[in-house]
Design a protein around this ligand. Sequence first.
Ligand SMILES: Cc1ncc(C[n+]2csc(CCOP(=O)(O)OP(=O)(O)O)c2C)c(N)n1
Ligand SMILES: CC(=O)[C@@H](O)[C@H](O)COP(=O)(O)O
Ligand SMILES: [Mg+2]
Length: 640
Amino acid sequence: MNSPPKTPLLDTVDLPSDLRQLKKDQLRQLSDELRSEMIDAVSTSGGHLGSGLGVVELTVAIHYVFDTPQDKLVWDVGHQCYPHKILTGRRDRIRTLRQGGGLSGFTKRSESEYDPFGAAHSSTSISAALGFAMANKLQDKPGRGIAVIGDGAMSAGMAYEAMNNAEQAGNRLVVILNDNDMSIAPPVGGLSAYLARMVSSSEYLGLRTMASKIAKKLGRRVWGGLEKAEEYARGMATGGTLFEELGFYYVGPIDGHNLEHLIPVLENVRDSEQGPVLIHVVTTKGKGYAPAENSADKYHGVPKFDVVTGEKAKSKAGPPAYQNVFGETLAKLAETDDRICAITAAMPSGTGVDLFAKAHPTRAFDVGIAEQHGVTFAAGLAAQGMRPFAAIYSTFLQRAYDQVVHDVAIQNLPVRFAIDRAGLVGADGSTHAGSFDVTYLATLPNFVVMAAADEAELVHMTYTAAEYDDGPIAFRYPRGNGVGVEMPATPQKLEIGKGRVVREGSKVAILSLGARLEEAKKAADQLEAKGLSTTVADMRFAKPLDTDLIEKLMRSHEVVVTVEEGAVGGLGAHVLTFASDTGLTDNGLKVRTMRLPDMFQDQDDPMKQYDEAGLNAPQIVDTVLAALRYNSAGVEEARA
Ligand SMILES: Cc1ncc(C[n+]2csc(CCOP(=O)(O)OP(=O)(O)O)c2C)c(N)n1
Ligand SMILES: CC(=O)[C@@H](O)[C@H](O)COP(=O)(O)O
Ligand SMILES: [Mg+2]
């Protein structure tokens, strides 16, 4: 006899306060409904799927046991927060994820009081949760800091800086290590081996064993020498020594999908006077959705997909992805140059280093989520005669800026920086925009800074960088696919500091840097149609500038416009500085710099983001007309 259909529970839960009205034995059904809702939602929006599927039960248990939002729950990276968003009043908008005007794909303070801290860059959660904990302690307010951090994010130094500083928080801080033995790619390094030993050496703590261990460990007894020795021994047994030496009470490993284990552990930790506590939960990335569980990347980041088959929406065939052009080009160059090596910070496929690694496995290094280490590691390689390419997204390179300045630039070491995701990146929004790398690199002495206008230019710049041993050199290129230019049969070594004129004109000169070139060329067509003869130059270098070309164009044109996919302080600033230093702007020359606006832009389709930024062809045309005081027909307006 079939059991009667169960009343849906998810429809009764808008906020955690509703969740806490449920009985514990209803939480399994709720979790199943939550998982299905998330799979359905992401199948329509795309986004980060695998990590969220892995924390469905954990999300339910945390909100059930702890008093959120008074207890401040901080998700590390935040890409796993979709179940959290569904349970915290945002289910009605969950299908707007990562779209213009929709929900962010990460936690965001402005979105909800249940998002006490924004994320997206990894390994910040323990520091932030500690901040909340200590603030409450100082203000004598109730409420903990709770950090949920993945095994991948735990490979970044910042996590240890925070743990090293955490003991002061006592039981106000709870760290939950979500160990699914995955980063974006399989995890690397000693920590992942250590965690794997812990999980494999001891069965997941059964309820009884765990209860007695927790009672012993977190009971109200004051710890003396004997207990410490016992604890140390137990730490060895359960493997939590690393964390216990950092001052944490280690609990685990426990099954992060078993609510009958999770709930009592969290309740014990909640009621304990001891702390800080690190709870080690073991989960499966992609849990509960076979296409995700069975895929190599666990559906870490997916386009829209068919729920039934798991088949992902196919992107239309077109020009090659920049990351693959880089990876393939570098792999080819490395065939005849055994000094070339590549470093990625846990992003092998996103940077194309995976293609390099296939061809040259001994010269490819995945350092984990450790950009700071990666840059200085590259500096060491360069100092000893290698030709290292640090392939790091623009936004993630921000994390290693002091290493760039202190370890690379000051020592003038020939580290090559392959900077992917330059400019606006679309669905990942403001936290991932590559807005600042030209500003923060071209300001540094010794640096060469290039920007590829298309995929052919990327080939040339990769080769140019490989051959450049006189100091640090960076080249940036956008997220996604090229523009469809013909690929060169052989890479060309570019002359350092030299741009190229791609269109001759006489009245207006557009100086383009990087991938705005296509829009610059469209703008030139529109200006010519208005009778305004327009030169377009692809500057190629933000540093050193092609000052001969700039001077020539400034002396022969009425209006000069710079355009770039970067914030103020990039090409435009350097061109203006050169012009003012040399008096080129003394003769009434009209110069306008077009760059990203002084704001953090939310997620949207990249074309719309560049529209909002005012960097598409029509806006370039408008800028020129305004500088000339011409109307939209290209006719001089009557002087007021
Ligand atoms: C500083 C930084 N570098 C790289 C990334 C890209 N990134 C996003 S998620 C992720 C893997 C995170 O692994 P883990 O913490 O184990 O979470 P899981 O996806 O397994 O749930 C990486 C490398 C990032 N967000 N921040
Ligand atoms: C969460 C995170 O930081 C990564 O998954 C990032 O979203 C990848 O970006 P790309 O999709 O541009 O590779
Ligand atoms: Mg992980």
